[in-house]
Each structure stands twice: as C-alpha cells, then as structure tokens.
Design a protein around this ligand. Structure first.
Ligand SMILES: Nc1ncnc2c1ncn2[C@@H]1O[C@H](COP(=O)(O)OP(=O)(O)O)[C@@H](O)[C@H]1O
Ligand SMILES: [Mg+2]
Length: 236
C-alpha cells in the first residue's frame, strides 16, 4: 500500500489541493502546446462509463433502418463541424439507444480531423460533472474546480453535454446545476451537442422553460430522434 506523503502528514486536504493545482496547470499547458487542444478530449473529459472511450462510427452496429439513419445523421453532423459549421445538435430518445455512443464518435472523428488545427473537443457527462463539483465543496477553495470546469466548457470548440435531464440534475437540491448549464450554453455560440433521454416537452416540465427553448432554438436542423431503436443494454 502506498501513501501520499502529504496525506499522511496533514490529512487528505493538501493532497486534494495539489491535484486541483496540477489540473489547472495541465489545462493551461494544454492550451499552449502544439497538440494541446487535441489532448483536451482525452485528458479533461468527464465520461463516466470508461467503455464509451471506444465508441466510434465503425463500432456502431447497424441492423435496422432507424439505426442506419441515426448513424448517417451523426456522420453528416461530424462532417459539418469539420467543415467549420457552427450549430448545436440534440440527440433525444430512450436509454441505451446509442446517443452517447454517437456523440462520442462525432467528437473522436472531429478531434482527429482537426488535430493540426488547434481545435478542442470535450465530453462532459452531467452526473460526473455534478459529482466532481460536489466533491470539491469539501475543500475551502470550492469555487476553483467549478470555475475551472465552466471555463473549460465555455471555451472548448466542440462540447458534448451528455445525459441532460437525469434525475440528479433536476432535483431541487441541484438547481445550481441548471444555472451552470444555462450560463455555459448561453456563452457558447453553437457547437454544443446535447444528449438526453427526455423530449423537449418532458424537459420543459422538469426544467426552466428558458433554457429548454434556448437549446431547441439553436438546434433546428439537428434534433435527432432515436426512435424505433432497441435498448442495447438489454440485448445480448
Ligand atoms: N448500434 C450500436 N452498436 C454498438 N454498440 C452500441 C450501439 N448502440 C449502443 N451501443 C452501446 O450500448 C451501450 C449503451 O449505449 P449508449 O450510447 O450509452 O446509449 P444512450 O446514450 O442512448 O443511453 C454503450 O456501451 C454503447 O456503446
Ligand atoms: Mg447516454
């Protein structure tokens, strides 16, 4: 078993501080180095399920017409981002339909294609974001982590906000999350991909109308519905 020399001396606190300082330094470094922006995706994303890192267009299995159709749309969207298009995308539909898979596949495709162009991509799962920020509340510099993350989310060139509308995001205790997301979404001029298990109307019931309208408005031609697709978590 190994111990952090700071933890054994002064409790966990110093250790956590150093981790945060290191991450901030990493983020600054990433912005400056040649392939720094290319590395943002891998080093700064909050993904949750690790297997999602392997999601690509060519690992998306197509057996039915609706699956072919969402794959085609996702590939079109990736192409448009690569060509410099500025717009938002919304993936809606039931759980296990491949929304997160295709959102990650778009990011990976765009990130590779833009490797030399100082273009940054970031994947943020909402539950992971909430967890990360809540963790930082245990420490006295609690604003640092929240600010670091929202600055990152405001400034990356292409952002995925994954699983918007999960219960934890919408519970009353978490209304601060809505504030953060609203500010981020508002500050970004396009190039945000949102995935959600909820339809626009369902979201409006749970969420501030203002933010839902804003999201739908910016995504007119790219609201992709994952309908008539089976739940892949139940298969096999
Ligand atoms: N068509 C598909 N081909 C291969 N894997 C898929 C496909 N659709 C979903 N998956 C896999 O099934 C799991 C659930 O899909 P996910 O994208 O997380 O669903 P959603 O975000 O719609 O809830 C993931 O591991 C994903 O990679
Ligand atoms: Mg998902």
């Amino acid at each position: 078993m190994s111990f952090c020399r700071h933890c054994t001396k002064a409790g966990n606190y110093h250790h956590k501080q150093e981790v945060l300082a290191e991450r901030t330094a990493n983020a600054n470094y990433l912005n400056k180095s040649k392939y720094g922006k290319y590395r943002v995706l891998k080093s700064q994303s909050l993904v949750g399920k690790k297997s999602l890192w392997y999601a690509r267009f060519d690992t998306f299995k197509v057996k039915t017409t609706p699956e072919q159709s969402v794959l085609n749309e996702a590939q079109r969207i990736a192409r448009e981002y690569i060509q410099g298009g500025i717009f938002n995308t919304v993936f809606v539909g039931g759980a296990g339909r491949g929304k997160s898979h295709l959102a990650m596949a778009i990011l990976q495709e765009v990130n590779e294609a833009m490797k030399d162009k100082k273009f940054s991509c970031l994947f943020v799962n909402i539950s992971e974001l909430v967890r990360e920020i809540k963790n930082s509340w245990n420490y006295s510099d609690k604003k640092t982590e929240e600010e670091r993350l929202s600055t990152l989310m405001r400034n990356v060139d292409l952002l995925v906000i994954d699983d918007l509308g999960t219960e934890s995001t919408f519970s009353k205790d978490n209304s601060w999350v809505q504030g953060i997301i609203y500010n981020i979404y508002n500050a970004r001029e396009g190039n945000t991909i949102i995935t959600s298990n909820f339809t626009g109307q369902e979201m409006k019931n749970k969420y501030d109308d203002k933010i839902v309208s804003r999201i739908m408005e910016g995504s007119k031609n790219s609201v992709i519905k994952f309908e008539a697709i089976s739940d892949k978590r139940k298969a096999s």
